[in-house]
Design a protein around this ligand. Sequence first.
Ligand code: HGY
Ligand code: MN
Ligand code: MN
Length: 409
Amino acid sequence: MIQEERLWQRLMELGEIGRQPTGGITRLSFTKEERAAKEKVAAYMKEAGLFVYEDAAGNLIGRKEGTDKDAPVVLVGSHLDSVYNGGMFDGPLGVLAAVEVVQTMNENGVETKHPIEVVAFTDEEGARFRFGMIGSRAMAGALSADELNYQDANGVSVAEAMQEAGLNPHHIGKAARKPGSVKAYVELHIEQGRVLEEANLPVGIVTGIAGLVWVKFTVEGKAEHAGATPMPLRRDPLVAAAQIIEVIEQEAKETGTTVGTVGQLHVFPGGINIIPERVEFVLDLRDLDAAVRDNVLQSINEQAQKIGKERNVKVTTELLQEMPPVLCSELVQNAAKEACQKLGLDVFSLPSGASHDGVQLVGLCPIGMIFVRSQDGVSHSPDEWSTKEDCAAGANVLYHTVLRLATGE
Ligand code: HGY
Ligand code: MN
Ligand code: MN
């Protein structure tokens, strides 16, 4: 069994890095907060007896050698970057549980055929730039050089941020893993929803991960005086945007499985007494079925253009990122099921509405995830919480899952 106290202490310690006065954690990719978190985890990895290194994409990796050092590795981990003002479990639980798993193996002299590599992926959340999963995309060889030119809100590109962090963006291709070199990828993560809580269970096995699109809407009208412009003469992009956002809610509700969110909206120039000139907002649209998601998107786009015409404003869209829904492999799901049975835990399967790095690795190796119950289903918020007992239960399931995968053929 893993050491519950050590895992919890490390979670609490790591949870202080990037803590904001608002109570949440902000640890964006390639920032000093993320660097500090990586240094802390690198120290834990060394305590666990791992060989620690960073790959060309800035993924932090701790390797436990296998008895067959050329056998495909079992990859296990998650991410250390966060959303703005986020919680302390989303990402770190998976990384620290993975460290705890291999440290427990090493402390008990447990050898495995396959090498095991613990990974903390760079920029899973995409909070800083316009897309996420930079580290796992690089590992899958799916990151093009021109994507490194995208800039953050301060005009700093991914490439520049990497250079500032001591990485050479031109070498990003070196992070790609050869096909066949990874046996499986397993990630422990908080559920970030209410299903396990409703089922009154600490742990669940993920069947598949929803596919998402991020679409940037730009609505252009005419800046005019707030006091001197009669209502019928206005070309107000913010009211049009509000109508489009209502359409998003209606269309997502329609299917019963789709979720649509607008969490980021900017008004230009933003004066109290100015009818806005331009409004920009990003739609996050998801469904386990890509065809359903894309039909909803098409309907939203059609209605958005209609609203634009009616209000004499210009509506344009730009796809920022698209991730297909993926299924978790039977190999990993079965290993996790056996682990739950061994531990006397219910075998309970559920889909993931949240997206995760495994989505990027599905072309490289079989993937799978284990969920830990989230209190009130809250995440991406300072109120994100899971209990010490549930985190330990998840880490023990991860231990036996990884052991099964790393010792088997
Ligand atoms: O957005 C997500 O689903 C994940 O937290 N990056
Ligand atoms: Mn997240
Ligand atoms: Mn996450």
